[in-house]
Ligand binder design. Structure first.
Ligand code: SF4
Length: 417
């Protein structure tokens, strides 16, 4: 994996606090520890580190709960805020290493990488600061360069065919889009296999002289694409770093971290228990939206992309075998074994959470109308997984009533005898 030998200097505490896994953050954090007398004992038990430990727990718990991740309330413009963020990361890494659980480590690395990606791009897809994006990208990629969009020429793949005309409208668009980034081919091919979507496949990229140009798209500008590539690299590095530290956790340290590790494990087993209950779901307990998609695919109806992702994520949550999930799509008019297997594997790997009822309705994947299904009509029904739980509970109560009736009538018969 090509990681740059020499990394750009980053001295700004605000940036290092936000991205404490950066290689440049280690000496900065060591400096803070020296300046404020923060040693291992202080980090593990000192009152001054209480906020950092709480923030670490929050981040660790978020890594277990898919699709749940909050931004920090700490003001990283102040040194106090920077200390909390930086040492929260260190404490969380100690706990996760003490767990010696590769799955927990991978989930934590994934959550930290996703959080970092979100910080690199604003909700409008514009980089929070392109100068910082450049610094961080050069810390992880050997070849990276940018060009102003004004000079970036035409855009490929039909995303826009306009050339720079100097018109006011074009200039405004370019200002909004930000820079156009180019990444070295060897860096790109290290991370792109982990990312799904046709735009990331090599034949669909703009390759020239060993560089790949990340073109702007209307809702996906070049900075956002670079941040997506960086997320993969962040995850790889955070995970590799944590795994390399597992053996450094001494027995004494493991004992001192037993409480937060226990808290993590118990939360994990609670989530797994919920999942196991769902895994037992029979087809009769599936919600109408899921049954409808399976029926449509079987009949060769072209189910939309949203419905397909939902179907695969439900299959993954219910722990159906991947091959069985691929089989659902065999009737689709555009079925390709290889592409489907790849996409299904991606959804299983990432443990996607199935979409809720609201999104399914908006995307035309909810087949019921009021009065069609008693459970779907319940006021709090907002997720197909809740449907399965409600159905399981109602089935189990019905069985209990039936058993009681049978046993009562059996008692009666024996008395008659
Ligand atoms: S209401 Fe929700 S659970 Fe019921 S069919 Fe529609 S999307 Fe599925």
């Amino acid at each position: 994996m090509p990681i740059p030998d020499s990394k750009p200097a980053i001295a700004e505490g605000r940036l290092l606090a936000r991205f404490p896994f950066l290689p440049q953050a280690s000496p900065w954090i060591a400096g803070l520890a020296n300046k404020h007398g923060i040693d291992l004992d202080t980090l593990l038990e000192g009152p001054s580190m209480e906020k950092a430990r709480l923030r670490a727990r929050q981040r660790l718990l978020e890594s277990l709960e898919k699709d749940k991740s909050s931004q920090s309330n700490n003001d990283v413009w102040t040194e106090d805020g920077q200390i909390i963020e930086a040492f929260a990361f260190y404490y969380a890494r100690l706990v996760i290493c003490a767990s010696e659980d590769e799955k927990l480590i991978a989930r934590w690395a994934q959550t930290e990488a996703e959080r970092a990606e979100r910080m690199l791009v604003s909700h409008k897809g514009v980089a929070f600061d392109e100068q910082h994006l450049d610094l961080i990208a050069r810390s992880y990629f050997t070849k990276i360069k940018s060009e102003d969009s004004v000079n970036s020429g035409s855009v490929k793949h039909g995303f826009s065919s306009m050339k720079s005309t100097g018109s006011l409208m074009m200039n405004l668009n370019q200002v909004e889009q930000g820079k156009t980034w180019n990444i070295g081919l060897s860096d790109y091919i290290e991370v792109c296999p982990k990312i799904t979507g046709h735009r990331w496949r090599l034949p669909n990229t703009d390759i020239k002289d060993g560089w790949i140009k990340l073109h702007h798209e209307s809702e996906y500008n070049s900075s956002k694409k670079l941040a997506r590539l960086m997320r993969e690299r962040f995850k790889q590095e955070i995970e590799r770093d944590a795994l390399s530290r597992v053996n450094d956790v001494t027995t004494e340290l493991a004992i001192r971290l037993a409480e937060p590790v226990g808290m993590l494990r118990s939360q994990m087993s609670k989530i797994q228990k919920d999942a196991i209950e769902l895994v037992g779901a029979s087809q009769e307990e599936w919600p109408p939206c899921m049954k409808n998609i399976v029926a449509q695919l079987t009949q060769g109806v072209n189910v939309n992309h949203f419905g397909r992702v939902f179907m695969a994520s439900m299959a993954s949550t219910l722990a159906l075998p991947q091959e069985a999930c691929v089989d659902f799509f065999r009737g689709a008019p555009d079925f390709s074994e290889q592409t489907t297997a790849y996409q299904v594997a991606h959804i299983y790997d990432r443990e996607y959470t199935p979409s809720g009822c609201g999104k399914l309705k908006v995307n035309h994947n909810c087949p019921v109308l009021p009065g069609d299904d008693r459970i779907c009509d319940i006021e709090w029904m907002n997720h197909p997984l809740k449907y399965i739980r409600a159905k399981q509970r109602s089935n189990s109560m019905r069985q209990k009533v039936e058993q009681k009736t049978t046993s009562d009538s059996g008692d009666g018969e024996s008395q008659d005898d």
